[in-house]
Design a protein around this ligand. Structure first.
Ligand code: PHE
Length: 337
């Protein structure tokens, strides 16, 4: 019994002098582990006389509880000290690492503004891939085999005959193939042509395509809605002109030019889009692919447009050179943060 008390005192002393968790654990094993010297008393109990057992039992559980509590306390203290030491090594007077906060690319900002306006006009978003088949890019869009856009000199073809889409009008066909009329969508994305890179031309540029198919859609709808869009974007005093043009997939076809004194381009008319009334041959191609008569050109009509996003952004943000969009020069990009 004496030695049980002795053991307890020895344990408490060793616990107090343990400097880290490892040596503390060694003390725990030594006294309370399966073969620990306090634990051994549990075995010895069996050999004691019956009347001695409750007395020794009480001493034993006291010793166990005291030592266990002391180990817990000492452990908490050791961990707190370690944490304190670690923190003491940090110089909190040093300035922090500054985080550079990014911002949206000007083309992205342009894209968001345009989409916001079209959303208010009830257009839903549609999409299609950048790598296309000739069907979506040309054939279904009434673009004959001898059209210059199909020339290898003008277009990026892949070895398997597919190509980088030369315009986003591909999404018109994809949308109509997958859903019957009425349709009211816009699709935004990149388009590719073998243009020489200069201040106003880039082999990769960006468009927003629009398509509206319903009963009795006319040039009046097209004109009203795109004029509204241009004025929302460039300001109420913006003038909008529709000039006759030619596209194989629209008839009549028009080009949209804008002019606004509020802009740096001032007196100058600038071409920003192509548009027109969807050609019946486009509807027939879609019907052929769908295998039905959903787009009966006698019943349905529509308008389509393709806006040059880079051009719009250049006017809106007064950017003099299209190459700036892709050069990734932070001095340029930071101006739009
Ligand atoms: N796809 C034409 C272009 O890239 C623009 C356009 C779209 C014209 C829709 C008419 C209708 O030049």
């Amino acid at each position: 019994m004496h030695s049980l008390e002795q053991l307890r005192n020895d344990a408490l002393r060793e616990i107090e002098s343990a400097r880290d968790e490892k040596s503390l654990e060694a003390v725990r094993v030594k006294y309370l582990g399966k073969n620990g010297s306090i634990s051994a008393w549990g075995e010895r109990m069996k050999t004691l006389a019956k009347d001695e057992r409750p007395v020794v039992g009480k001493l034993l559980s006291d010793a166990r509880n005291t030592v266990t509590a002391a180990i817990e306390q000492r452990g908490a203290k050791i961990r707190a000290e370690e944490e304190f030491d670690a923190l003491a090594k940090i110089d909190i007077s040093l300035p922090g690492t500054p985080h550079e906060i990014g911002s949206l690319h000007p083309l992205h900002q342009m894209h968001d503004r345009a989409i916001q306006i079209f959303r208010r006009m009830g257009f839903a978003l549609a999409e299609g891939p950048d790598i296309e088949t000739e069907w979506y890019c040309f054939d279904a869009l009434n673009t004959p085999a001898d059209h210059p856009a199909r020339n290898e000199q003008d277009t990026f073809y892949l070895p398997d005959g597919r190509l980088l889409r030369t315009h986003t009008s591909t999404v018109q066909i994809r949308t109509m193939e997958s859903a019957p009329p009425p349709i009211r969508v816009i699709a935004s994305g990149a388009a590719y042509r073998r243009d020489e890179l200069d201040a106003t031309h880039s082999p990769q540029f960006h468009q927003i395509e629009g398509l509206y198919v319903d009963k009795n859609v006319s040039v009046a709808d097209l004109k009203g809605e795109l004029e509204f869009f241009m004025r929302e974007l460039f300001g109420a005093e913006t003038e909008v002109q529709f000039r006759p043009h030619y596209f194989p997939f629209t008839e009549p076809s028009l080009e949209i030019h804008v002019r606004s004194k509020a802009l740096k381009s001032g007196e100058q008319w600038i071409e920003v889009a192509g548009c027109g009334i969807v050609h019946p041959a486009v509807f027939e191609a879609v019907n052929q692919a769908r295998g039905d008569d959903a787009y009966d050109p006698e019943k349905w009509s529509g308008y389509a447009f393709g806006l040059g996003m880079d051009r719009l952004a250049m006017i809106l943000f007064e950017i003099p050179d299209i190459r700036l969009f892709s050069q990734n020069d932070l001095r340029f990009l930071r101006q739009f943060a």
